[in-house]
Design a protein around this ligand. Structure first.
Ligand code: NAD
Length: 474
């Protein structure tokens, strides 16, 4: 049982000032795996005070000191690899191979990439008599979701540390243990007192407290659009800078000349990876009407390559994170049926033989119209909508006809058409065919998918203020 009832404030594990606790559930077994404390506003105040006190010295540390700190963190993170994989498998229900290749790896890459970017980053620029300085933004409040427990926290913390900004982190209460391991790592490598603070708790108390706290200068929030709106409204009262990484409903445009099997594999992996609980998943398959039957056949054939089941077994798709998420996904599948889309795989209910655990069937709808709810709203589960187009201009129009703009995907051969689609989709990150992941490339959304960019040097930039000094003596 992982009972971790303390918060980490000013370089120490401290008791919560409140008595409320929260039970963390393994979604594959529905069993309680541990408890955390739900912090109070008093706990948050203490953490903010510690971060504020650390700010003057931490913001003045040298680039070399912070590079060393990030490299030490990356090294210690690698030492804790097996525990990180275990914890993510238990609290999120992610299959072990995904916990390693995706979750563990992303956290590691963010710390190493921030160290690399920091080595090159230019904190001042001379413009004739004037100099432009980039300085730490101050105390940052970080609020993260449950679907990528190490990735979301690590990208924010790594960038903040690179910029010399002390932080207060509130991870999602349903997957809090990965952040506790991160905290132990920071403690072990000697992150200065007050530079990193962890306060566990609910969104309503600690999340709300962070976004409205007068002594927090910047809030970086990742989560749903609805909560993002609340964070922004709260932050407006103290004119805080806000970065929002919100939801998505990303288009995947298949071109006329695409290799159908490769496209089908890529498409199914979008709904299967992390059980479709991925903000940037390409869940709207926009395909040429002329290749509809062929594509439907191909995705059905590919589906068994992504087996659903026990995360500790040899499976690709684990359960959804919670009963609440399971109910949400079920209601969207039912909605798709009610709206008249045609099911070609999956459907409501649990997969056969998986009665315990929040497992859901990977589901594929065809004959979807882009104005259906299942094509417009983020489902956050393994559900694909196939939508057809006649011309490439129509494909682009459908791709952009959503309130979100986090990511986009285009698959095919003709270079000119690939370029046209990639540059026409209004989204922050586009992937052409099976392009490799690049942790130095910015990540963030257009439209209602958010404000700001994370990862690499773009991430560091978010934790910096710009100062112009006119007539700076040389
Ligand atoms: P959520 O918005 O419910 O919660 C996110 C975090 O906000 C949690 O820590 C939660 O406790 C906290 N919170 C809840 N109410 C709050 C309030 N009133 N004030 C401040 N904080 C509050 O989101 P979720 O269900 O945890 O995560 C799923 C969502 O996150 C999806 O919409 C997904 O697309 C999005 N997401 C976006 C990205 C991205 O980079 N754009 C990455 C991952 C997830």
């Amino acid at each position: 049982m992982r009972n971790q009832l303390k918060h980490y404030i000013n370089g120490e594990w401290v008791e919560s000032t409140g008595s409320e606790t929260h039970e963390v559930i393994n979604p594959a077994t529905e069993e309680v795996i541990g408890k955390i404390s739900l912090g109070t506003k008093e706990d948050l105040d203490k953490a903010v005070k510690a971060a504020r006190a650390a700010f003057p010295s931490f913001s003045q540390t040298s680039r070399e000191e912070r590079v060393k700190m990030l490299e030490d963190i990356a090294e210690e993170y690698a030492n804790r690899k097996e525990e990180i994989i275990d914890v993510i498998t238990q609290e999120l229900g992610s299959p072990r191979s995904i916990s390693e290749k995706v979750h563990y790896n992303m956290g590691y890459q963010h710390f190493s990439e921030a160290a690399k970017a920091l080595k090159e980053y230019s904190f001042s620029e001379d413009r004739g008599d004037h100099t432009i300085f980039k300085e730490s933004i101050g105390v940052s409040g970080l609020i993260t979701p449950w679907n990528f427990p190490t990735n979301q926290s690590s990208t924010k913390i790594a960038s903040a540390f690179a910029a010399g900004s002390p932080v207060v982190l509130k991870p999602a209460e349903i997957t809090p243990f990965a952040a506790i391991i991160l905290t132990e790592i920071f403690d072990k490598v000697g992150v200065p007192k007050g530079v990193f603070n962890l306060v566990n708790g609910t969104g309503e108390v600690i999340g709300d407290g962070i976004s409205s706290h007068p002594d927090i200068d910047f809030v970086s929030f990742t989560g749903s659009a609805g909560v993002g709106e609340k964070v922004m409204k709260n932050a407006a009262e103290t004119i805080k800078t806000v970065a929002l990484e919100l939801g998505g409903k990303s288009p995947f445009v298949m071109l006329e000349d695409a290799d159908i099997t490769e496209a089908a594999k890529a498409a199914v992996s979008h709904i299967a990876t992390n059980s479709g609980q991925v903000c940037s998943a390409g869940t709207r398959m926009i395909i040429p009407a002329s290749r509809k039957e062929e594509f439907e056949e191909a995705v059905k054939n590919v589906l068994p390559e992504f087996p659903v089941g026990d995360p500790n077994g040899n499976n690709y798709v684990g359960p959804l994170v919670s009963e609440k998420q399971w109910n949400t996904v079920q209601s969207y599948i039912q909605k798709g049926i009610d709206e008249g889309a045609n099911l070609i795989a999956g459907g409501t209910g649990k997969p056969e033989g998986l009665e315990k655990g929040y497992y859901t069937k990977p589901t594929i709808f065809t004959d979807v119209k882009n104005d259906m709810v299942i094509a417009q709203e983020e489902i956050f589960g393994p559900v694909m909508s196939i939508i057809t187009y006649e011309t490439i201009d129509e494909a682009i129009e459908i791709a952009n006809d959503v309130v979100y703009g986090l990511a986009g995907y285009v698959f095919g051969e003709d270079k000119e058409t690939l370029r046209k689609v990639a540059t026409s989709i209004r989204a922050g990150r586009i992937k052409v065919n099976n392009a490799d992941m690049d942790f130095s490339a910015p990540f963030g959304g257009y439209k209602q998918s958010g404000i700001g960019r994370e990862w690499g040097d773009f991430g560091i930039e978010e934790y910096l203020e710009t100062k112009a000094v006119l007539g700076f003596p040389s």
